[in-house]
Design a protein around this ligand. Structure first.
Ligand SMILES: [Zn+2]
Length: 86
């Protein structure tokens, strides 16, 4: 799944999901996504319902463009895990 040029790394249970998980499929599978800045380690919880509301529900997670609020880094490591609270 990981290719040169893609700034995101998927971990956790992503391998169990679709090849190109999207906010909609991730939310439907009751998983949540945390992004970790590869530069400063700042953690960002991805708001899947907000992304879907904004029209990015079918945009692959790897194609989302985020910027670290602390240092401006654009490369993140994604951790996908089953949500504990439902
Ligand atoms: Zn950062």
């Amino acid at each position: 799944m990981f290719q040169d040029g893609i700034p995101w790394v998927l971990e956790g249970e992503a391998a169990l999901m679709a090849d190109q998980p999207t906010p909609r499929t991730t939310l439907t599978a009751h998983h949540h996504v945390t992004a970790w800045c590869l530069n400063c380690g700042h953690a960002l919880e991805i708001d899947l319902p907000e992304l879907i509301t904004a029209g990015h529900g079918d945009t692959p997670l790897l194609e989302l463009s985020l910027r670290c609020a602390r240092c401006g880094e654009r490369r993140f490591q994604l951790t996908v895990a089953r949500a504990e609270r439902l």
